[in-house]
Design a protein around this ligand. Structure first.
Ligand SMILES: [Zn+2]
Length: 109
């Protein structure tokens, strides 16, 4: 089955520029167009005015942020990409417990 691209804003490009480029651009654009959380009044009313300039529609504060989002780093969803490396989950809690046990034994001895 053909996967449908979820980002409607890139439909204006038609078939141009390549599938992955359009997908990435759509992810960025949907992030920059959505309403963000205001760091002052905590309302989801912050809109992007220009590159790096954000305005809260509730408390009318204008402040700087990242270019396409307020503060968090954008992560591309590469799960659909064939070349995406698989992430291995390492249980760090387990290894920490082992180290603590070893330390306690050392103190006893
Ligand atoms: Zn606000």
């Amino acid at each position: 089955m053909v996967k449908k691209v979820a980002y409607g804003s890139v439909r204006r490009f038609g078939a141009r520029y390549g599938r992955r480029t359009r997908l990435r651009f759509g992810q960025i654009e949907s992030e920059q167009r959505k309403l963000h959380k205001c760091p002052y009044c905590l309302a989801d009313k912050v809109k992007r005015q220009a590159l790096g300039i954000w305005e809260c529609q509730r408390c009318k504060k204008v402040f700087t942020g990242k270019a396409y989002t307020i503060n968090k780093k954008l992560k591309f969803d590469t799960s659909s990409a064939d070349t995406a490396p698989e992430e291995k989950v390492i249980n760090e809690d387990f290894s920490d417990e082992e180290e603590q046990d070893a330390d306690e034994e050392a103190q006893k001895g």
